[in-house]
Design a binder for this molecule. Structure first.
Ligand code: K7E
Ligand code: CUA
Length: 685
């Protein structure tokens, strides 16, 4: 058997012959640079001047901003304070959370349901805060799941995932969850083109050009409740959609997507999808598409996708499988979608606060093209096209171009704006942030970033009204930045001050998962709405226990429902007997506290799931099937009072077929072992 190295060398020779040398050497250089990173000088001593005092938030003081950061392959969202960098919260989104039982409790399990069953993980790249008139309104945070295409909506009153919608006809939901200016729609563009869900996907891969299609989906958002609904999908040529941003102001009706692999390659994309000099920015007139959709146009397609909603009154989620989508084939609607050539495998696709400039960042380009919305509209009006791509008109590059930022650095990825006429772009290969002027496209400043920044984020930097002041760079490689922690090193977050002409590095700290994008917002916009407790009288959970006196244990066949309450510092009941091996025991825990920051936890010995952490006024359910008879203590896991350690109890599990009756009690000590002790307030049915 030839070894793989041999094969590799052989392949290398083959490619040498096949592909033009300049392209190859460029790619080789990029691979080399991207592997080693490009270490800027003076990396170890780079913080400037009064940096320490700028990020110092004294004990007892709040941070100025919330920063919501995507967790990448952790599937979570993390929340940090800016400028301190203090970690405030980790929110499970496309993930299980053993800390609070998210995804383990009966109430939350449906949140992770998909048309393929429970998928408790995803790759979470982008976040977008809801907007009104192009400004952050502090209501919701949208998050994409890449792998099993999904979009989540987080409620910023509770910092919880409120809704997850699966996206059909998609594979790799990457250019998502970007939104329109009034959160009319959240978009989801597929990264991988694939055969549509209702077509036979069992086809040879080399029939890519014939059978593989791209889609972008528009998900409408209810302006009151925030509830998402798959509105319409656009059927597109089989390329890879990467990133997107909605228009603003004059470009309000438009959405812009970057795409690569216009070569339509299906193998070795690093070479085969880097052949053409230009790929595309796709401009979508979503208002037009909406119009067609509302007229009933498009093909109704039968598909399957899950729609999961968490109800704050029942403290439970439901999952519904939806079966219909409307697909508009863009070939049938010629005035809806246009392609604009964009140099060399564009990644970021960013719209400036005025809505006039669209910045495409070609990863392999040595310049940054900036397109003009008014020129795009003029070019469409005068049909200034360069033919078409798979039936979609291609606007002439020069006709759409406002200008090019020359020699910005190597590997431009993402751009954000400070609202003062400046743009900031990350340079992955040359490891730097480059500030340039939208007016004359001149580079104004550059600052090293350690190392290989992906996205950057300016608070409000993709809205009509950037807050400015800070910039955060999310870096991929942290070799030598922190104490070694084995083979895996944390990704880095670097905070810059951008209030002056020159960027100043303030701080540098590790982050959780792999942060891609983030969204930050002045703290008061969120803090003032934060829920402190759930009112117990509003608790509509079917298994709620409204007061200690109502706690009980009920057997129905081999199912046992334990209606249990928690209050400092005991459970009611705390002695239970009559449970048998093989019973399905449901502990329905209601936290009776009505005080901020007093959750109680629940854990029972040997339960093969997570603990529960129940918020004040809330009910959560843990299912347990004891497999061995014996004595099973349970206890509170959250240090809730001086007598927290006393917050505990026992469940006796008898063998299958035993005739120990169900009994339960609280506060009655008995000297007679094995005798069920009942107090006056709680009686067996
Ligand atoms: Cu550039 Cu997934 Cu937005 Cu990461 S993507 S960096
Ligand atoms: Cu309740 Cu500790």
């Amino acid at each position: 058997m030839p070894d793989t190295k041999q094969i590799f060398i052989h392949q290398q020779k083959h490619f040498m012959k096949k592909f033009i040398l300049p392209a190859l050497s460029l790619i080789a250089a990029i691979i080399l640079l991207s592997i080693t990173g490009c270490k800027p000088k003076n990396a170890s001593n780079a913080a400037e001047g009064d940096a320490a005092s700028r990020v110092y938030v004294p004990p007892g003081k709040y941070d100025e901003l919330y920063n919501f950061v995507s967790g990448g392959f952790s599937g979570q969202v993390t929340v940090y304070g800016i400028p301190s960098g203090r970690l405030l919260r980790v929110i499970p989104v496309f993930s299980l959370d053993p800390q609070d039982g998210w995804g383990y409790s009966e109430e939350t399990k449906p949140m992770l349901n998909t048309s393929h069953g429970m998928v408790p993980w995803d790759d979470q790249h982008h976040l977008e805060l809801s907007q009104t008139n192009g400004e952050i309104d502090g209501r919701w945070l949208f998050a994409n799941g890449n792998n099993t295409p999904r979009i989540a909506r987080l409620d910023l009153k509770t910092f919880r995932t409120a809704e997850i919608l699966e996206i059909p006809n998609s594979a790799g939901n990457h250019s998502s969850p970007f939104i329109t200016e009034n959160t009319e729609y959240v978009v989801a563009g597929t990264r991988f083109s694939v055969p549509m869900d209702d077509k036979n996907g069992d086809v040879p891969i080399d029939t890519y050009k014939k059978n593989f299609k791209g889609t972008v989906s528009f998900i409408s958002v209810d302006p009151k409740s925030g509830n998402m609904k798959l509105a319409f999908q656009l059927l597109l040529p089989g390329v890879d959609f990467d990133l997107s941003h909605g228009g603003k102001g004059p470009s309000h009706d438009w959405f812009f997507f970057s795409c690569y692999n216009s070569e339509q390659a299906h193998t070795l994309l690093e070479v085969n999808a880097s052949q053409r000099d230009k790929d595309f920015i796709m401009a979508v007139n979503w208002k037009k598409a909406e119009e067609y959709y509302k007229q009933g146009k498009g093909r109704k397609q039968t598909v399957r996708y899950a729609h999961n909603v968490y109800d704050e009154s029942t403290h439970s989620a439901t999952s519904t499988i939806e079966t219909q989508t409307t697909v508009l084939d863009v070939k049938d609607f010629p005035d809806m979608v246009y392609f604009i050539p964009c140099p060399k495998s564009p990644h970021g696709c960013d719209v400036d606060p005025t809505g006039e400039y669209i910045v495409g960042s070609g990863k392999l380009a040595a310049l940054i093209p900036v397109f003009s919305f008014s020129k795009i509209i003029a070019a469409i009006a005068s049909k200034n096209f360069d033919g078409d791509y798979d039936g979609i008109p291609v606007i002439k590059y020069e006709a759409a171009l406002y200008g090019e930022v020359k020699k910005p650095g190597l590997g431009p990825l993402h751009t954000e704006f400070d609202g003062k006429g400046n743009a900031y772009t990350t340079m992955f290969i040359s490891s730097e942030i480059v500030k340039w002027s939208l007016k004359d496209l001149k580079v104004l400043d550059r600052h090293p970033s350690y190392y290989s920044p992906g996205h950057l984020m300016i608070p409000g930097g993709d809205t009509r009204k950037p807050y400015g002041k800070y910039l955060i760079s999310y870096n991929k490689i942290t070799k030598d930045r922190y104490l070694p922690t084995g083979p895996e090193l944390a990704q880095a977050t670097q905070l810059f001050d951008i209030s002056g002409d020159k960027m100043k590095l303030l701080s540098d700290y590790p982050s959780i998962g792999e942060p891609h994008y983030g969204q930050a917002v002045p703290a008061e916009l969120i803090a003032k709405n934060s829920v402190k407790i759930y009112k117990i009288e509003d608790n509509k959970n079917p298994y709620v226990t409204m007061g200690e006196g109502k706690s009980k244990v009920v057997r129905t066949g081999n199912r046992v429902d334990v209606y249990m309450t928690m209050i400092r510092s005991h459970f009611s009941p705390d002695n239970i007997e009559g449970v048998k091996v093989g019973d399905d025991v449901y502990f329905h825990l209601t936290n009776l506290e009505q005080d901020w920051d007093v959750p109680h936890g629940f854990a029972v010995r040997n339960a093969n799931t997570a603990e529960l952490l129940v918020m004040p006024g809330e009910t959560q359910t843990l299912k347990w099937t004891p497999d061995v008879s014996g004595m099973y203590p349970f206890y509170c896991t959250d240090f809730c009072s001086a007598l927290h350690q006393e917050m505990q109890g026992y469940i006796r599990v008898s063998p299958k077929g035993s005739n120990v009756p169900i009994s339960f009690s609280l506060g009655k000590n008995s000297d007679a072992p094995g005798e069920a002790a009942l107090d006056d307030s709680i009686k067996t049915k």
